[in-house]
Design a binder for this molecule. Structure first.
Ligand code: CP
Ligand code: NVA
Length: 309
C-alpha cells in the first residue's frame, strides 16, 4: 500500500504514470464514458482548512469513478474537539477505502498515515501541496511545456514553492524560485530537493530578484502571499512582498509564448495583476479543471487499478 503525502516519495516514472493515467481517464470522460474504476469505494475527505478546488475535485472525482466522498470538516468531526489523529485514522480507515486530508503540519498528516490501513492523500499541508502539482504538470503537458521547461516561481517560499521544488527535482527541469528576503524555502526541503536534483539533472536556482528568475522562462507561476495560517502576518507580508507582483511588465521578460499558472485562489493586485490573470497567457482555469482529472489518476493508481484504464 502506498500513500500520496509528498512527491519526495515518488519516482519520475511514477509521477508521469499517474498523470498519464489521469489524462486517459480525462479523455474517457470527455467522450462521456464514466468507467466505475472505484465502484462502491468511499473517500473520506478531512478538512482542517478552507477549500474550493480540492473539495469539489475530490468529491466529484470519486463520484465519477463510481464511489462517494465524505466531506469531514474538522469543525464537525471529533478531531476538532481533541480526538487524537491516531484514533481518527484507525476509525476512519476501517470504514473507508481512501482518505484525503488537508491539515497544518506535514507531521500530522504523516501521523495519520502511519495509523491508517488505507491510502492517505495529502490535500495540502503547510509544507506541501502535491496533488496541485500533478494538475500543474498535466496542464504544462497539454500546453506543450513539458520538454526541458524553465519554470519561474515568484513569491512566498511556501507549500507551493516546496512542491514545485520536488517536482522539478524529480522530473529534472529548471526551476527558478524568487522570494523576498526572509521568505525563502525551508532549508531542509531545499537540501532534500538538491539531492534528487543531482540525480535527475534538474537545475534549482534561488534568488531575491524576480526579474532575474522570470527572464526567458516558459512557465511563470506564483501563489498567495498570505497562506492559510499566515493571516496574522498579513500586513507585514503585503509590505515585504512589494515588487513581487506578476504583472505584464514581468511577463514580457519571460518567453513570448510562456504560460502563467496559479493554483488559485488568486488575489488580484497582490501576487498577480488582473491583466495577467485574465490575459492570453493565463491557463489558470485549465489548471483548476485538471485538479479533477489528475486526482482521479492518483486515486485509481493508489487503488492498484492502473492497468485497467
Ligand atoms: N488550489 C487549491 O488547493 O484550492 P482550494 O484551496 O480551493 O482547494
Ligand atoms: N499556499 C496557499 C495555497 C492555497 C491553495 C495556502 O496554503 O493557503
Amino acid at each position: 500500500m502506498r500513500h500520496f503525502l509528498t512527491l519526495k516519495d515518488y519516482t519520475k516514472e511514477e509521477i508521469l504514470e499517474i498523470i498519464e493515467l489521469g489524462l486517459r481517464i480525462k479523455a474517457e470522460v470527455k467522450a462521456k464514458r464514466f468507467t466505475p474504476y472505484l465502484e462502491k469505494q468511499t473517500l473520506a475527505m478531512i478538512f482542517e482548512k478552507s477549500s474550493t478546488r480540492t473539495r469539489v475535485s475530490f468529491e466529484t472525482g470519486i463520484y465519477q469513478l463510481g464511489g462517494m466522498g465524505l466531506f469531514l470538516s474538522s469543525r464537525d468531526i471529533q478531531l476538532g474537539r481533541g480526538e487524537p489523529m491516531k484514533d481518527t485514522a484507525r476509525v476512519i480507515s476501517r470504514m473507508c477505502d481512501m482518505v484525503m486530508i488537508r491539515t497544518y503540519s506535514q507531521s500530522k498528516l504523516e501521523e495519520f498515515a502511519s495509523f491508517s490501513n488505507v491510502p492517505v492523500i495529502n490535500g495540502l499541508t503547510d509544507e506541501y501541496h502535491p496533488v496541485q502539482l500533478m494538475a500543474d504538470y498535466m496542464t504544462m503537458m497539454e500546453h506543450g511545456k513539458d520538454r526541458n521547461p524553465v519554470v519561474a516561481y515568484i513569491g512566498d517560499g511556501n507549500n507551493m514553492a516546496h512542491s514545485w521544488l520536488m517536482l522539478a527535482a524529480k522530473l529534472g527541469f529548471e526551476l527558478r524560485i524568487a522570494t523576498p528576503k526572509g521568505y525563502e524555502c525551508n532549508p531542509e526541503i531545499v537540501v532534500d530537493a538538491m539531492e534528487f536534483a543531482q540525480r535527475s539533472g534538474a537545475a534549482l536556482l534561488f534568488t531575491n530578484d524576480p526579474e532575474d528568475a522570470v527572464a526567458g522562462a516558459d512557465v511563470v507561476t506564483t501563489d498567495t502571499w498570505v497562506s492559510m495560517g499566515d493571516e496574522e502576518e498579513k500586513e507585514k507580508r503585503l509590505r515585504d512582498f512589494a515588487g513581487y507582483t506578476v504583472d505584464e511588465k514581468m511577463m514580457k521578460l519571460a518567453h513570448a509564448d510562456a504560460i502563467f499558472l496559479h493554483c488559485l485562489p488568486a488575489y488580484r493586485g497582490l501576487e498577480v495583476t488582473e491583466d495577467v490573470l485574465e490575459g492570453p497567457q493565463s491557463v489558470v482555469f485549465d489548471e483548476a479543471e485538471n485538479r479533477l482529472h489528475a486526482q482521479k489518476g492518483v486515486m485509481v493508481w493508489l487503488d492498484g487499478k492502473r492497468d485497467e484504464v
